[in-house]
Ligand binder design. Structure first.
Ligand SMILES: [Zn+2]
Length: 82
């Protein structure tokens, strides 16, 4: 299953899930959805035209260090930044 489809299915059940489970379990469900969303590669964004930053958390990212993932777990799409 593609990640986008999995997220869509999980979110579609959100209201139902929130009524059926404890607050703790619902928190875990939301964490899982967020973890899945971070697996979708996002391009880093330029800050002040000098620094590339994670589009999820805003932390500075460097291609040679964060070649795949930011420290927050966001997958980075470096395709246009070669
Ligand atoms: Zn990040």
């Amino acid at each position: 299953m593609e990640i986008e489809k999995a997220i869509k299915l999980l979110k579609a059940d959100k209201n139902l899930i929130s009524r059926k489970v404890t607050r703790h379990t619902f928190y875990e469900y939301e964490e899982a959805v967020q973890a899945l969303e971070k697996q979708i590669p996002k391009k880093p964004v330029w800050r002040h035209d000098t620094q590339l930053c994670c589009s999820n958390c805003g932390a500075a990212v460097y291609r040679d260090v964060h070649w795949n993932y930011c420290q927050c777990g966001q997958k980075i799409d470096w395709e246009d930044e070669q």
